[in-house]
Design a binder for this molecule. Structure first.
Ligand SMILES: C[S@@+](CC[C@H](N)C(=O)[O-])C[C@H]1O[C@@H](n2cnc3c(N)ncnc32)[C@H](O)[C@@H]1O
Length: 273
């Protein structure tokens, strides 16, 4: 696998999530097999058409494809859908195993679609300082909740550095403070048979899941960020608020409300200009 190497973390204290996702990577797709990544990307294209139609692919010319960064791409299952939709995609993640899985998906899927190759980059989003310039930055599946406020500010600044002057950034968020469930869930069949997840609200601001599988365990932490906290964080990093879509709002993009497997959670859209 030839992911380009970006800077990796120096010292980010106690955030367990980069190590957690490296541990979960071989089973991530099975654990989240209910996600419908194709539907999600179709829906996010609708959000883009409302918030920043200038970045929808218009021509089949490769040189004119909008440049999109899939931040925290995991196995790149959204990345290949963005490529299929006509974007020139770069996908970045800190987990070497996720990136290997991503590369094998790209090798399999991308040759069969009319698309540029998806470029993979190994980088920590909290300190990545390289120079590429993106028109659209996306963070799927609760990426923003994997960082405490101070680190999330660094991530927002990273995105700002990597963004073209009039770029937009779309970030999925959830109402974790109210929707997180406590208790233990056990997988009783399939690839994950024997896996268990114990979930608890650890502090007023965090929710922790203890995953156990095959004699090993690892901890994931989610930080609650309200939509207004997220908005102000991204403002501090230089972004301008464009729109926040809430699942329960009346005014919705046409087709993305009811399907629980795609973007039924909230999406924050900010612009660099
Ligand atoms: C919830 S998964 C989302 C994966 C994929 N985008 C999806 O929607 O299924 C979060 C991803 O962020 C990556 N990640 C976590 N912390 C990171 C960091 N500091 N820098 C880069 N990637 C990170 C993890 O390795 C993991 O692949």
């Amino acid at each position: 696998m030839k992911a380009r190497q970006g800077p990796m973390p120096t010292d980010f204290g106690q955030n367990p999530n980069p190590a957690f996702y490296e541990w979960l990577a071989p089973w991530y797709e099975s654990a989240y097999d209910w996600l419908d990544t194709a539907a999600t990307v179709r829906q996010w294209c609708e959000l883009l058409s409302l918030a920043a139609p200038r970045f929808l692919p218009r021509s089949s010319s490769r040189s004119q494809r909008p440049r999109l960064l899939d931040a925290g791409c995991g196995p790149a299952w959204h990345s290949v859908e963005w490529a299929r939709a006509g974007f020139a995609v770069t996908a970045a993640d800190s987990s070497p195993t996720m990136l290997r899985i991503a590369q094998s998906r790209i090798n399999t899927v991308v040759p069969s679609i009319d698309s540029d190759p998806v470029h993979l980059i190994s980088a920590d989003l909290r300190c990545w300082k390289s120079a590429p310039s993106f028109d659209v930055v996306v963070g799927h599946t609760y990426l923003v909740h994997l960082f405490p406020p101070s680190e999330l500010l660094s991530v927002a600044q990273t995105f700002h550095r990597l963004a073209a002057p009039d770029a937009v950034c779309l970030l999925e968020f959830g109402d974790l403070r109210h929707s997180s469930r406590e208790g233990t869930r056990c997988f009783t069949d399939g690839d994950l048979r024997g896996m268990s997840i114990e979930s608890e609200k650890t502090t007023d601001d965090t929710y922790t899941q203890h995953w156990h599988f095959r004699e090993r365990g690892c901890v994931e932490t989610f930080w609650f960020h309200s939509p207004s906290a997220l908005e102000s964080m991204f403002r501090r990093a230089g972004w301008r608020h464009v729109h926040t879509w809430f699942p329960s709002a009346k005014e919705q993009a046409p087709s993305w409300t009811r399907d629980h497997r795609s973007a039924t959670r909230g999406v924050l859209v900010v612009s660099r200009s």
